[in-house]
Design a protein around this ligand. Sequence first.
Ligand code: SAH
Length: 233
Amino acid sequence: MNKDEFLEELKKINIELTKIQLEQLDKYYNLLLEWNSKINLTRIIEEKEVYLKHFYDSITLIKAIDLNNSLTICDVGTGAGFPGIVLKIVFPNLNITLVDALNKRIEFLKLVINELKLKNIEAIHDRAENFIRNNRNKYDLITCRAVSKLNIISELCIPGVKVNGYFIPMKANIDEEIQNLEFLNKLDSKLEKIVSFNLPVENSIRNLLVIKKIKDTNSIYPRNYDKIIKRPL
Ligand code: SAH
C-alpha cells in the first residue's frame, strides 16, 4: 500500500490526516528503519508493507470503537508501538500508555515520543501481569495486537479495564480461540461483538473482539505468569 492508497483507504473510514500527522508517520517509519538495524523491532520493513500491515492495520481499531473522545487507553505488548503510537498520531486526543516487557523496545518508543513531540503518552517497561496488578480498573480501553492467545491476554489485560470499559484485542485468525469463551465469565466480562474485515490489498482476515467488562475482576487475577501459562483459564 503506497501512501496514496493509504490515504484513500483512510478516507473510506472517514479519516483525513493533516500534513503534520503525515510527517509524523513518515518520521516514525524512518526511525523504525534506522533502529531496526540495531535492535530487533519488526520483520516488516519495506515502506509499502509498513503502511499497510502496521500503520493502516493499527488504525482499524476505529472500526470497533469511537476513538475521537479523550479515552484513556493501554496498549499491552506494544512492541515497536503497534497499535499505540499510530493511534496517538492519528487520534491526538487519546491518553495512551504503552507497556512492553522488553526494555530496548521501550527505549525506542521513548525516543519516538520525543522526536515526534507526542503528548499524553507514556512508555513503560514492565511485564503486563505486574503492571496491570498495580493499575486495576484504570483504562477505558485496553488493546493488544499479536501478543498471545485470547485466554492468556484476557487474564493479563481485563483486570486493568474500568467497569463498563472494553478490552479489544486485534487478531488475525480466531476460529479456534473463540470455540470456548467460558473463561470470560471468570473475568466478569462478555464478548459483545466481533468486527471482522479484510485488510486492503492482501485481503487477509482481521478480527476485533469487543469484550466488555461487566464487574470488577476478582483480585486473584492476573496470576503470576507461570501459573497463567501452566493453567490457562
Ligand atoms: N503489538 C506489537 C508487538 C507484538 S510482539 C505488534 O503488533 O507489532 C509481542 C510483544 O509483546 C513483544 O514486544 C513482547 O516483548 C511483548 N510481551 C509479551 N508478553 C508480555 C508480557 N507478559 N508483558 C509485557 N509485554 C509482553
